[in-house]
Every structure is written in structure tokens, then in C-alpha cells.
Write a protein that binds this ligand. Structure first.
Ligand SMILES: [Zn+2]
Length: 652
């Protein structure tokens, strides 16, 4: 009896081809949907989302390193409860000043010195506490205050700083639009200290903040929370007082002051009638803004449905236009750059990104700037979830690929090389995308986010706390995942090859019968990172349909075996792009048969081959044309993209 053995040798297209396909898919995916919701391109992502913040941060880092460290240590001794900002803005001098009161609780016994952050370009006129004038110094951008009597653990104290000046940094800016003046702020990460004295760290949220701005009476001052009063002072000024009753960190306290036009939209949550969405824009941009911002109620409703109710439901959401080149997720009141208002929904992804920050950044805030991906990566990923909901899974995949279509991700996402960078935003989003598949699917990543939020709502969180939530959902350690994707750098470079052989008596499967046996060989060849551990989806196409096999790849070089009933015609490696990776292309192919002693018996293929499936039959003859004896032989496939070998059984 002679059983002919056929070998199917195959190689898949790799990096260049795969990348081209991915890019084409992204374009093709968007076109038929006839939507103006453009996919974010990496250049816009950079210029609207992180470049302005990063530039400001780097300027700050240069000037503040040493004294800030000392201040941060001493600031651990108290917990801020409340800030009261009562400020006057003077447009002719481009100055700001007034009184800021901080109420705090001591966390140590005998607290006698309190250090707050405030740029030296601002002048402190006095510091008082308990109706008493307090001694202070102001240097190295720190105000050091000596309390009139030491405060013990759990005791509350208050200090009021009277100050003013021309803000020297970039957080508080004076500009004009159509000849109207505008003053606006963007304080993330550490710009609050440029214009008001505070314990300027994301780690310590005040329970609430009152923000009052006195401004020329033809202008409107817009801030966080609810507008509690608008008083005409009768001297050409008005005072707008806002109250944020939810916990808030210093970098989220903001204002925008100009001749705003405004309108109110509504979000209708399940548990109450309505919540106002108050939008303030330049009068000349009102028509376009009415179009662009009209997705806001739907956006809130969508995120409320997957992340939990809008966190500041008893107050408001809204936007205030400002002259920055991007946008900023100020709590309950996103600041939105003029360039983003186009009247055709072109930058919906930015609006959605800032809205998502109300949950990821404002509701749950990164405790340290090393953990900034918990804000930014989560909000970029939230964009993808929004578009997946609108346009489906294929669009979602394109959305993820678009964020990996330009350049490279430098450094880790935890303690990143640049706080506001492509790595933090886009690789951070990819990390959630990958985690979703490791956990299972969309419901599992949403369950993780819900658990994480339930433990840190209105507070702060660090990366290890998010990992703990994910591990609860996963049911085991995810240290391998976080070490390589969050704390580690770079990505796997995979090379692979596969062979399918047909046997009447199955080699791999335990049951007898006709089977195709597939051997997949996977190499990781990256030189800039250690070996990556990931489950990899392998999709085999056969006449009967697609079969997905998940292989657990955790070695530099690894073989996987599986059996299918029908002849495989194609093999796809991670076709849904669940792994941030690189695939290498190979074109040289050699397939030869060896006997058990390793002696060459026959060459079945040798030379260049296009990526794809190639079928080769062996007639059971050696290189000299003679029939070989019964027994075990090996088919060995060598390609540029990796090697594979498979046992053959010749039976006579
Ligand atoms: Zn952001």
C-alpha cells in the first residue's frame, strides 16, 4: 500500500505587504461610511493633543527640578480640602491677582510650616491665617508659610494668600479674537502655580473649589462646576462665581474670559430629568460650533452606558473656546481650540477624547505624572470605542491601525521619556486594545474599567492599581503583560512559516481519520526588547471555512502543531491586529526531505517564491529517482521568515 504524501508549504506576506494592506484598509474602511468623522492622523494627534502640553512641561522642568522635590516632600504633610479663588483679571496690564484661601487637614503632629507652589513672577502681598498675619518667604517658586501655632494630625487649618502679577509662564494667556480680548488658562501638568498659589500635584484633590473672577462687564468668565452668581459691581466690572462641588485637582481648575456667545444643550440621564451642557464660543464661531458640538449629548450618553454615569451629573458639562492649538479636559468644562471648530464635524475625535477624560483623568486622576497614560491612553482608546459603536468592529480595527501608522513608539508608557507623547497616547491606547483580547473581549475590558473606576472614583490611581483590577477580571497574574507593554519598551518582531501535510492516519490528532496537520513556526527577532509573551490568533482558511487557533507564544523560537479536517489554503497571523507588532517579509524558500539520520533525500522546492500558499507533492522518490523505503522522513522548510519541519510517514 502506498500512501502518497503531499506537502503544502506556505509563507505569508509580512511587514511591507501587511503594512500596505493595513493602511489601505484604514482608508477603505472610512470611505463607504460617508462620514465626516475623520480618522485622526498622527500629525493632528501630536499638534492638537500633546505637543503644546509637552513644550510647556519641558520649559517648567528646566527651572524647577530641585526646589520642587523638597516642596513635594513637605507637602505630603497635609491634605487639601478646599480652595477659594477670588481673582481679578486686568486686561491692559495682562495681570491677575487677588486672594486664594486654602483649607487643609494636617497629616502629621506639630505641622508648623506649609509650602505652596507659586511662580516668583507673582508677588505675594500678605499671608493670613486665623485672622492673623503669618510670616512667609517667597523664592524659588515656592511660598513657605509659618503657621501661627503648630497643627496636629487631623486638625484643619486655613491660609489666605493675597498676591498678584503678570503670569510669566504659558498657563495663563492673554490673546484677542476679532479684536475682542480673551484670557484663558491651560495648567496641565504643573502650570497652576504660574497663576495661583496651591499644592500643585495631581495626587491631592480638593474636595471642592470656589472660583470667582472679576472681569470687565462686557466679558464672561467661565469655569468649572456651576455658576452660583453673576454680580454687576457697578464700576465697569462683573464678578462671576463658580462652584465645583466634586473633588478636583489643581491642573483642572481653569477659566476662559471673553465676549462669549453661549447656548445650553441637555443630556438626559436615566436617573434624573436633564443635565445642562453649556457651551461658550466666540460669537463669530457660533454657527460652526452649533454643528460641531451637537454630538455632545450622544457622546455623554454613550460613555455613561459603558463607563458608568457621567461623573459630574449634578453640575454640567460643556465647552469654552480658547486660543490654544488643541483642547483640554477641564473638569465639567472642556477648553476647545478655535482650530477644531470647522462646522463639519471634522474633529469629532478630539471632542470625544476630551469628553472621555471626564471619566479618565477627571473622575479618576493619575496620581503621578509617571502614570499619565491612565489619562491619555484611556481617552484615546475611548475614541476607538466610540467609533466602534458608531461604525462597527472593522472601523475600530482601522482606528487602532491609524494610531500605529506613523513613526515609532519610543520608551515605555509608564514613566515615559516625554510625558505628553505619541507613546503615552497611542501606545497607551494600544495597550488597552491588547488587554481587551487577552482578557477576552469588549465586555471584559469594560468590566476592568468599571472595577478600576469603582475603586478610585473621584480620587487618584496609579498603574499597579489598574493592573490589580485587570487581574481580578483575568483571574490571574498579568505581570507578564504589564512588564512588557507598560513598563517595557518596543514590540515583538515576528517571523513565521508554516507547513501543512496530509495523512490518512492523523499524526497529531488522536482520533483516526483524514486530517491535515499544520505546523507553525514562530520566531521573535527583535533586538531592542526581550521575548514577548502573547496569545496569538492564527486563522486557517479551508474549503470548509475559517478556523481560529490561539497559540501561546512565549519563546524566541517556537513550534505549534494543530490539525484541521480540510486542506488549509491560507494562514493568517493575528489578522485582527490584536498585537502591536512587526511582521517581517521573506521570499526565499527551500523545501527538502531528509531521512531519520538527517541525510538529504530529495529537494522539492528551492528558490524565490511570492508570499502566499504553494503546494508541492512528493512522489516518494529520492534525488536519484528511486523509490525510498517505508519509514519516517522529515520535510524541512527553510524561509527568510523562519524555518519549520514536519514528520512524514511513508507506508508501502
Ligand atoms: Zn488627552
Amino acid at each position: 500500500m502506498l500512501r502518497g504524501t503531499r506537502c503544502l508549504l506556505a509563507m505569508l506576506a509580512a511587514s511591507l505587504v501587511a503594512a500596505a494592506v493595513g493602511f489601505a484598509a484604514a482608508t477603505a474602511g472610512a470611505a463607504p461610511l460617508e462620514t465626516d468623522h475623520a480618522l485622526p492622523n498622527p500629525t493632528d494627534r501630536a499638534r492638537f493633543l500633546w505637543e503644546p502640553k509637552q513644550a510647556a512641561f519641558e520649559r517648567l522642568e528646566e527651572t524647577l527640578a530641585a526646589p520642587r522635590d523638597a516642596a513635594e516632600r513637605s507637602q505630603d504633610d497635609f491634605d487639601v480640602v478646599f480652595y477659594d479663588l477670588d481673582l481679578v483679571v486686568d486686561f491692559p496690564s495682562e495681570g491677575v491677582g487677588g486672594d486664594v484661601t486654602m483649607r487643609a487637614v494636617s497629616l502629621v503632629d506639630g505641622l508648623s510650616t506649609v509650602i505652596l507652589n507659586l511662580y516668583d513672577s507673582m508677588t505675594v502681598a500678605s499671608v493670613t491665617g486665623n485672622l492673623t498675619s503669618l510670616a512667609y518667604t517667597h523664592s524659588e517658586d515656592l511660598v513657605t508659610i509659618v503657621l501661627d501655632e503648630p497643627v496636629d494630625t487631623g486638625e484643619t487649618f486655613e491660609v489666605t494668600i493675597e498676591y498678584g502679577g503678570v503670569p510669566a509662564g504659558y498657563a495663563f494667556q492673554f490673546r484677542t479674537h476679532e479684536d475682542a480680548p480673551i484670557a484663558s488658562t491651560l495648567s496641565e501638568p504643573e502650570g497652576a502655580r504660574e497663576w495661583w498659589p496651591c499644592k500643585d500635584t495631581p495626587a491631592d484633590k480638593a474636595d471642592s473649589v470656589r472660583i470667582a473672577f472679576t472681569v470687565p462687564d462686557d466679558l464672561v468668565a467661565v469655569c468649572e462646576g456651576l455658576l452660583t452668581s453673576e454680580i454687576d459691581n457697578g464700576d465697569g466690572t462683573k464678578t462671576f462665581t463658580w462652584y465645583e462641588s466634586y473633588p478636583i485637582t489643581t491642573y483642572l481648575v481653569s477659566t476662559g474670559i471673553t465676549n462669549y456667545a453661549s447656548w445650553v444643550d441637555y443630556y438626559h440621564p436615566a436617573r434624573s430629568d436633564s443635565m445642562p451642557i453649556t457651551n461658550y464660543v466666540y460669537p463669530e464661531d457660533l454657527a460652526d460650533a452649533l454643528i460641531d458640538l451637537d454630538i455632545t449629548p450622544n457622546g455623554i450618553g454613550f460613555f455613561a452606558s459603558i463607563f458608568g454615569e457621567y461623573p459630574f451629573i449634578d453640575e454640567k458639562y460643556g465647552h469654552k473656546e480658547f486660543p490654544w492649538g488643541g483642547a483640554m479636559e477641564h473638569q465639567t468644562c472642556t477648553s476647545y481650540g478655535r482650530i477644531l471648530i470647522t462646522g463639519d464635524h471634522h474633529y469629532d475625535w478630539v471632542l470625544i477624547h476630551e469628553l472621555a477624560h471626564q471619566w479618565w483623568g477627571d473622575w479618576v486622576t493619575c496620581r503621578t505624572w509617571d502614570d499619565i497614560w491612565l489619562n491619555e491612553g484611556f481617552s484615546v482608546y475611548s475614541e476607538a470605542l466610540w467609533f466602534e459603536d458608531l461604525y462597527g468592529f472593522e472601523y475600530y480595527k482601522d482606528y487602532m491601525l491609524a494610531d500605529d501608522s506613523f513613526g515609532y513608539f519610543d520608551g515605555p508608557i509608564y514613566d515615559p521619556w516625554a510625558t505628553f507623547s505619541r507613546t503615552v497616547y497611542s501606545k497607551g491606547s494600544w495597550t488597552l486594545h491588547m488587554l481587551r483580547h487577552v482578557l477576552g473581549d469588549r465586555d471584559d475590558i469594560l468590566e476592568t474599567l468599571a472595577l478600576y473606576a469603582s475603586e478610585h472614583a473621584y480620587g487618584t490611581a496609579v498603574t499597579s492599581e489598574f493592573q490589580a483590577a485587570a487581574e481580578t477580571v483575568y483571574g490571574g497574574s498579568l505581570d507578564w503583560f504589564f512588564q512588557q507593554w507598560v513598563y517595557g519598551e518596543n514590540r515583538p518582531y515576528y517571523e513565521y512559516a508554516w507547513v501543512a501535510t496530509y495523512y490518512e492516519y492523523a499524526w497529531v490528532a488522536s482520533d483516526a481519520g483524514d486530517h491535515w496537520n499544520v505546523m507553525l513556526h514562530v520566531d521573535q527577532v527583535q533586538e531592542d526588547a526581550g521575548v514577548f509573551t502573547m496569545p496569538i490568533d492564527i486563522v486557517l482558511e479551508t474549503a470548509a471555512g475559517e478556523t481560529t487557533v490561539v497559540v501561546w507564544n512565549d519563546q524566541w523560537s517556537q513550534d505549534f502543531f494543530f490539525a484541521v479536517d480540510d486542506e488549509p489554503t491560507a494562514l493568517a497571523f493575528d489578522p485582527d491586529h490584536w498585537i502591536l507588532k512587526h511582521l517581517d517579509e521573506g521570499t526565499g524558500v527551500a523545501l527538502a526531505v531528509y531521512d531519520v539520520a538527517g541525510r538529504h533525500v530529495a529537494t522539492l522546492a528551492d528558490g524565490p517564491a511570492a508570499p502566499g500558499v504553494h503546494e508541492v507533492s512528493w512522489d516518494g522518490r529520492d534525488a536519484g529517482g528511486a523509490q525510498v523505503a517505508s519509514g519516517v522522513y522529515f520535510a524541512r522548510l527553510v524561509t527568510d521568515a523562519g524555518d519549520a519541519s514536519h514528520k512524514l510517514l511513508r507506508v508501502k
